[in-house]
Design a protein around this ligand. Structure first.
Ligand code: PEP
Ligand code: MN
Length: 342
């Protein structure tokens, strides 16, 4: 969705077109026109989103005297909307006091052990599950995921347990395959800059988890989110997953400062992935607690029933016992911080 104040000739032309078709705040193809205080705003995208935005605009307008009429403000920016975005998963809201612990294997490897693992995670209170179905790997000979049928398995098993799932999408084909089964589309770090993919993703009525690129600046990350918002997708969750640095231990370097910097810039919720940042399971619980203490809206961690035999990212996967211990510690910390874990 995009919104821009129209002036002069441009406005006259559109208004004429609209009135010829008897429209004031009306749909014309995929476009709505809203008039207020002598300015016209063009809104296009999904209808529901447009209505929601218009409602917000009205509120905002009343409070801010059209301070959001400056089309230079990014839709993802705090200047555009001050109110923090909350994204609903059942009754729980990501972006609120609830600290989301998203967990699951790097890749969905096999249905029955995955279903069993889900039950264990559910007992811990996990409601949003991660599992990759397309795994882009360094070597073409490594396990590359169960692909399309993986999404179907993931979606069905999660639904049976009443859980939500997030899984990475890579291209048009994977989007089509995942759409019916996956609750949240994940954009991997290596695809953050792929605006052509982001535009395609935005066309789906889905929540999106946007990982930060390995070498992306905050502004580049924000502009990738903008690409999604601009395309009609407002439920965007940012994920800090570690960046390249000169540190010679661990896989990447977790940039917790990103939480402070991005909070100042955007109304979108922000989570942290300590698994891909650290690359070592032993470091994950400390960084998970640090993320909670630093004000993240949640974490996403890799858990595997037997990390030593994992087909992907075993070194960074927690066992279920390690996960349970971390979950307990996070619970105590959350209480001290006036938050709750879900
Ligand atoms: C993942 O979460 O499965 C993944 C591949 O992460 P990233 O894109 O951050 O490397
Ligand atoms: Mn992984």
């Amino acid at each position: 969705m995009w919104l821009a104040p129209l002036k002069g000739e441009e406005r006259e032309k559109l208004a004429a077109q609209m009135s010829a078709e008897n429209a004031s705040l009306q749909k014309r193809k995929d476009t709505w026109l809203w008039e207020s205080r002598g300015q016209a705003y063009l809104v296009s995208g999904h209808k529901e989103r447009a209505v929601e935005l218009l409602q917000k605009m009205r509120m905002h307008t009343a409070m801010k005297q059209l301070s959001c009429s400056n089309s230079k403000d990014l839709l993802a920016s705090k200047r555009y909307l001050e109110e923090k975005r909350e994204i609903a998963f059942g009754k729980k809201l990501l972006g609120s006091r609830d600290f989301f612990v998203i967990a699951g294997p790097c890749a969905l490897e096999e249905a029955s052990s995955f279903a069993q693992q889900l039950k264990q995670l559910k007992r811990q209170g996990v409601r949003l599950v991660r599992a990759g179905c397309y795994k882009p790997r360094t070597s073409p000979y490594s396990f590359t995921g169960l692909e399309g049928k993986g999404y179907e398995l993931l979606g069905k098993i999660c639904r049976e347990e009443g859980m939500f799932c997030v899984s990475e999408v890579l291209d048009e084909r994977s989007l089509e395959e995942a759409a019916a089964f996956v609750d949240v589309f994940q954009i991997g770090a290596r695809n953050m800059h792929n605006h052509s993919l982001l535009k395609k993703v935005a066309r789906y009525e889905k929540k999106v988890l946007l990982k930060r690129g390995l070498c992306a600046t905050y502004q580049e990350w924000l502009l990738s989110a903008e690409c999604l918002l601009n395309g009609g997708c407002f439920d965007v969750i940012l994920c800090e997953r570690g960046i390249r640095s000169f540190c010679d231990e661990g896989r990447f370097t977790l940039d917790l400062q990103a939480l402070c910097a991005m909070r100042e810039k955007t109304h979108l919720p922000i989570i942290v992935d300590p698994s891909h940042a650290c690359g070592k399971s032993a470091w994950v619980p400390s960084m998970a607690k640090a993320a909670l203490a630093a004000g993240a809206d949640g974490i996403m961690v890799e858990v595997h029933p037997d990390p030593a035999s994992a087909r992907c990212d075993g070194d960074q996967a927690l066992t279920i016992q390690q996960f349970e211990k971390m979950h307990q510690d996070l619970g105590s910390l959350a209480t001290a911080l006036g938050r709750s874990i879900c």
